[in-house]
Design a protein around this ligand. Structure first.
Ligand SMILES: [Zn+2]
Length: 288
């Protein structure tokens, strides 16, 4: 079931594409196993941990916006040791909430790694086509360049079938820097995981929510500033971007939506004895 909540005038639905399995050591980067293993949950026989694939639907002023699309339902050329058997559920989960692909007017990708834009397209008679036929897909120009000119390290995660059909259908809208998608809904640069990685900030009725993209793969990485994933292209930049997010989110008591946390991945940061503490958001009256 979908997890709906209201933020001022905005209606939000955290909607999952399922889960993926990822090498836990890579998720935690330079952090020694002895420090991360109590946080990673149970690992499978390939030492992989479970990561959520939390996407966000926003209804704002008559517009329907989808932020990230998970791994999607196409058979996946998954890089490395990744496990994708339990993903590809986004469209079914949207349908369960009465939302059809043609209802989506804007798709935003925080970045173009396969686990954030795989659901951009679906197979139709074996050919990948845009999954959301009426949507414009809003993507950072620099991220588009990186994805369409991958190097030896990035080509395993920038998969042509997730992006090229959008251009062929003329549904791509490239933006540079901050972009307002609707009143109170902004795509905001948050470099580090990739050079042009973005987050999505939502403000309405004096409340703030932030879809954090890949600024942290696990909430404990928001409590511990130097815990940065090995997947980040620019780890020291990630750390500074994260520092800024942590300060702002703590001060504003923003609701954070953590993409790769267990569904629905909602929580807030609180300052406690000079440290940050992630507090998982419990069900409350604001939820529908
Ligand atoms: Zn990811």
């Amino acid at each position: 079931m979908g997890h709906w909540l209201r933020l001022g005038e905005l209606e939000l639905l955290v909607v999952s594409d399922g889960v993926m399995r990822q090498d836990a050591g890579a998720v935690f980067g330079l952090v020694p196993r002895i420090m991360w293993e109590s946080h990673a949950g149970e690992l499978d026989d390939k030492y992989r941990m479970r990561l959520g694939l939390n996407c966000l639907l926003v209804k704002a002023w008559g517009k329907t916006i989808l932020v990230d699309t998970g791994i999607g339902s196409k058979s996946v050329r998954a890089p490395g040791a990744m496990g994708t058997a339990e993903s590809g559920r986004l469209l079914d989960n949207l349908a369960a909430e009465g939302i059809r692909p043609e209802d989506i007017e804007i798709v935003v990708n925080t970045h173009l790694h396969f686990d954030h834009c795989g659901g951009n397209t679906v197979l139709d008679d074996g050919r990948p086509l845009p999954a959301f036929p009426r949507a414009r897909y809003v993507i950072q120009q620099g991220e588009w360049e990186a994805a369409t000119h991958p190097n030896e390290r990035t080509r395993g995660t920038y998969l042509v079938e997730n992006i090229e059909p959008l251009a062929d259908a003329r549904q791509v809208e490239l933006v540079r820097g901050e972009a307002e998608l609707a009143k109170g809904v902004r795509m905001v640069p948050a470099p580090g995981h990739t050079q042009d990685h973005c987050i999505v900030e939502l403000d309405s009725g004096g409340q703030t929510a932030i879809y954090i993209g890949e600024l942290a793969q696990h909430p404990v990485m928001l409590e511990r500033l130097p815990w940065v994933s090995a997947f980040d292209i620019l780890p020291l930049v990630s750390m500074e971007t994260k520092r800024d997010l942590i300060e702002r989110a703590t001060a504003s008591h923003a609701l954070l939506i953590a993409v790769h946390a267990a569904y629905p991945g909602l929580g807030r940061l609180r300052a406690e004895a000079g440290r940050r503490k992630w507090e998982e958001e419990k069900e409350n009256g604001a939820n529908r």
